[in-house]
Design a binder for this molecule. Structure first.
Ligand code: NAP
Length: 331
């Protein structure tokens, strides 16, 4: 089958088009013929080597955390979803940049929902992004109705999903930050009450909130942005750390400052959830597909590129010039 993968870690030049054997579903898995694959920042981290050296079959790793497609084979002990059924799937062990992927049925959900049929050309943008957005807002962030939220990387995949869900969950004011002025009009169109440039955001936020700050900050950036986000919290506010885009691994928070300032830092990680509470991911994916089919969320797809242009998609995300969700088409 056709796939895009890498044999060594590195820049976008290590991504290559490959012919590899079709995966055979293990017990508890199904094989999905991929129609569309969502592109995520974590796939750039995978390619760079932040999750280790390639150790897939034949020394090749195939990135890709989320897909839509059709079930084509069942592993032993699997009675559903049925062969031929259109589905979306979260792929905890990667593999989405390929014609076929094998995945545990707990992460596979039908596109047919109680609210109608979810469009496969949009559904591929949901399986990693929406469980993450639900998790950061509800589980780690403990968002309550009427609370104010600040979302960093407001125009990105998880950021734009979280903005829509925060509204759907009854948040008060929803603010966003972006890394460059060119993104402000796009982000503003996503329904934020205000969008700030990340550089100097604390001052603008203080002004917008009359000095009160916000109840919840979603932070995939880290370092100084995390530090300033803590100071931007209202009493009992929470910062949810769920990424480290700025690569500030050494940054630490002082428990003393948290205690003295009535502030909380929480963490969210979908990989850990996949290992320890996999059914929650399936439930959030079901909910996201239903919201998509009902027209209550947009998948935020801004570009669909052929699989062969995976490197271009990576470049857009890695340079911070992409917006919304980029999909790869396997057609
Ligand atoms: N913990 C989890 O379980 C989990 C799950 C999914 C995703 N994530 C994290 O969520 C974040 C967003 O992921 P995504 O796939 O939705 O990507 P994305 O937001 O669509 O794209 C990445 C964006 O990050 C921003 N950014 C900020 N600092 C950056 C830097 N130093 N280098 C490059 N980009 C930078 C850029 O936008 P601006 O500059 O405009 O902000 C860029 O467009 C990532 O950190 C990812 O690891 C975590």
């Amino acid at each position: 089958m056709r796939a895009v993968g890498f044999r060594i870690n590195g820049g976008i030049e290590v991504l290559e088009e490959l012919e590899v054997p079709e995966p055979v579903p293990a017990p508890g898995q199904v094989a999905v013929r991929v129609a569309f694959a969502g592109v995520n920042f974590a796939e750039i981290q995978h390619r760079r080597g932040e999750f280790g050296a390639p150790d897939g079959p034949g020394g090749v790793d195939i990135p890709g955390l989320e897909v839509s497609g059709t079930v084509v084979a069942l592993g032993a002990g699997v009675s559903g979803p049925a062969v031929g059924q259109p589905v979306a799937a979260y792929l905890p062990a990667f593999g989405g940049y390929a014609e076929t992927v094998a995945v545990d049925t707990r992460f596979v959900r039908p596109l047919h929902t109680a609210a109608g049929e979810a469009d496969p050309a949009r559904a591929a943008a949901l399986p990693c992004v929406y469980p993450t957005a639900f998790g950061v807002l509800k589980d780690a962030g403990r968002l309550r109705e009427g609370e104010d939220v600040l979302i960093h990387s407001a125009a990105g995949g998880v950021g734009s999903a979280a903005a829509q869900l925060a509204r759907d969950m009854g948040a008060g004011r929803v603010y966003g930050t972006v890394g460059s002025v060119e993104k402000i009009p796009y982000a503003a169109g996503l329904g934020y009450d205000a969008v700030f440039l990340r550089e100097g955001f604390a001052e603008h936020l203080a002004e917008a909130t009359g000095g009160r700050g916000v109840d919840l900050v979603l932070d995939p950036v880290g370092g100084p942005v995390r530090e300033q986000s803590l100071t931007a919290l209202a009493p009992f506010g929470r910062v949810v750390a769920y990424g480290d885009l700025g690569r500030h691994e050494q940054w630490t928070a002082s428990v003393w400052d948290l205690w003295k300032g009535n502030r909380t830092i929480a963490g969210f990680n979908i990989g850990d959830l996949a290992r320890r509470a996999p059914d929650r991911i399936g439930a959030y994916l079901d909910e996201a597909l239903r919201l998509l089919a009902a027209g209550r969320i947009s998948a935020g797809v801004t570009q669909t590129l052929p699989l062969a242009e995976a490197a271009k998609a990576h470049e857009l995300l890695e340079t911070g010039t992409g917006r919304g969700k980029i999909l790869l088409s396997l057609a």
